[in-house]
Design a protein around this ligand. Structure first.
Ligand code: HEM
Length: 481
């Protein structure tokens, strides 16, 4: 049989793919047309749930190359020597829109990297912003309800969006970034990426350092104004997908320089703010950027569904030498991703090629489950301890203990630190007058139609960051305060 011949899923020849079987030339269809039944039954099940957020995205394969030695901070094999290369997959996304949303929206961008290291997959599931709206993961579903569609109108709801944001003053830093001139990157290639959270690095000596990950675009930052984005969306809803795909196809491979910021445990103890607070950045002066390597995207997936739609990133995927921190947002994410992916893709989603580790791995301790399509470990026993010495845990990769304080309780993070204004104020003062005006105007457009009380609440929050910020937004909104 030629490789071009059509068969059923069971491998038998399909004799007619144009006409269903009918009883007579003008008669009804026959149930015995099993090819029709198979074809339609498969088609009826082709849609899988989209990601609850970050549903619209683009992905590509690439390589990470170490250019500077950080092995004094981490035992992670991918950073073990200069020149070392590690394969990776990166998925970019917008956050609030659904799978068919236009790319050029004012929104955060996802920047999720899966490093296929020799010691397992490391997923750094970040954004194009160094901070986030929230400090507690209990509020994450509320954030999504506020930015997604209104249950009655089924339309995006600026009133709900701004009602929620303005009631959480810790959101102001992120809101300031999203409303700034950086709020609509011109493409995925022209923006930075950030791990955002504080993570930890563990050295071969068992020392822990706190760390932030940064990826600076080598293409340069480029953004769209609201007017440019509006025009672009009218012409091309897939502008970021097109840009990424075409640049890689023509051999113009996008690159980012990776940096880390490092804080010792003693520095963290003495830090005037909570260094595990995701709404705050670490000053580059106090914690300078340390160059690490280059991330390059150089291969487009051959099949979007196989690799991009089925990609499953999980902040819980770390490798020896890289680990978590007490940031309660990061802790909350450690549960949510795998749980979402067991629902979205199934319990064996880690076996899908784009998600499977590239190193030898022994995941067959997990057994069975829907869509187990490898050998399922054949005849190998699945219990431990056993007399065959199989499935040995690996204590050599354990981390040093983390000292903790205090009893178990629902601690209000605001009692620990409620300064939500210094950093957005500092960011505002870093902007040129022209950039500040863009911030005022973008905010005013985004708040159009929002209740006056909510507008005034936002103006009051901005004024606490800087009186000129509050005054500028008030003027752009046509309000006197
Ligand atoms: C996607 C939960 C905060 C970046 C997702 C998904 C869930 C989720 C359930 C869908 C996963 C999937 O279906 O594969 C949460 C929760 C958060 C949180 C509960 C806070 C408590 C964050 C933060 C960042 C982030 C702070 C960035 C710093 C992303 C990205 C994706 C994503 C980039 C898309 C990954 C991809 O391309 O497949 N999030 N998230 N999220 N999240 Fe979060």
């Amino acid at each position: 049989m030629s490789k071009h011949n059509l068969t059923t899923a069971a491998g038998a020849p399909v004799v007619d793919n144009q006409n269903v079987q009918t009883a007579g030339p003008r008669g009804p269809m026959l149930l015995q047309d099993v090819w029709y039944l198979e074809k339609l039954a498969h088609f009826d099940r082709e849609v899988i749930p989209e990601r609850r957020m970050h549903a619209k995205g683009s992905g590509a394969f690439g390589t990470f190359t170490v250019t500077h030695d950080i092995s004094r901070y981490t035992r992670a094999a991918l950073f073990s020597q200069i020149g070392k290369k590690t394969d990776l997959f990166l998925r970019f996304s917008t956050v609030a829109g659904e799978r068919g949303a236009a790319d050029a929206e004012r929104d955060i961008r996802g920047f999720a990297v899966k490093f296929y290291t020799e010691e397992g997959n490391w997923d750094l599931v970040g954004n194009n912003t160094p901070v986030f709206f929230l400090r507690d993961p209990l509020k994450f579903p509320d954030l999504n309800r506020a930015v997604k569609r209104n249950p009655y109108t089924n339309m995006r709801d600026a009133n709900a969006n701004w009602d929620f944001w303005t009631l959480l003053p810790e959101a102001l830093h992120q809101v300031t970034i999203v409303m700034s001139d950086r709020g609509i990157p011109s493409s995925y290639r022209h923006m930075h990426g950030f791990g955002s959270h504080t993570f930890s690095l563990i050295s071969a000596k068992g020392e822990r350092h706190w760390v932030k990950f940064h990826f600076h675009t080598q293409q340069g930052i480029q953004n769209l104004s609201d007017a440019e984005a509006e025009k672009l969306v009218g012409q091309d809803r897939e502008s970021a997908q097109r840009d990424l795909l075409e640049s890689i196809d023509r051999g113009d491979f996008p690159r980012w320089t990776m940096y880390i910021q490092v804080m010792t445990e003693a520095q963290a103890d003495a830090c005037p703010f909570n260094p595990f607070d995701l709404t705050k950045v670490w000053s580059h002066k106090a914690y300078p950027l340390i160059e690490v390597g280059v991330l390059e995207l150089n291969r487009n997936p051959q099949n979007y569904f196989a690799d991009v739609e089925q990609a499953a990133f999980n902040p819980a995927n770390v490798v020896p030498g890289i680990s978590f921190s007490p940031d309660r947002m990061l802790q909350g994410r450690l549960f949510a991703y795998g749980d979402a992916e067991r629902y979205r893709l199934g319990v064996n989603h880690h076996l899908i090629p784009v998600n499977a580790p590239r190193c030898p791995f022994h995941n067959s301790y997990h057994r069975d489950g829907a869509m187990r399509v490898d050998s399922n470990a054949g005849a190998t026993i699945g219990y431990e301890p056993n007399s065959q010495g199989k499935w040995q845990q690996q204590p050599a990769f354990d981390e040093p203990p983390l000292a903790l304080q205090g009893g178990a309780y629902h601690y209000d993070f605001r009692a620990d630190d409620d300064d939500y204004y210094s950093q957005p104020g500092a960011l505002f003062r870093l902007m040129t007058p022209a950039q500040q005006q863009v911030l005022f105007d973008n905010t005013a457009r985004a708040m159009g139609g929002v209740d006056e009380a909510i507008k005034r609440r936002h103006i009051a929050n901005c004024a606490k960051a800087d009186p000129a910020y509050g005054a500028g937004v008030a003027k752009a909104l046509g309000l006197t305060v």
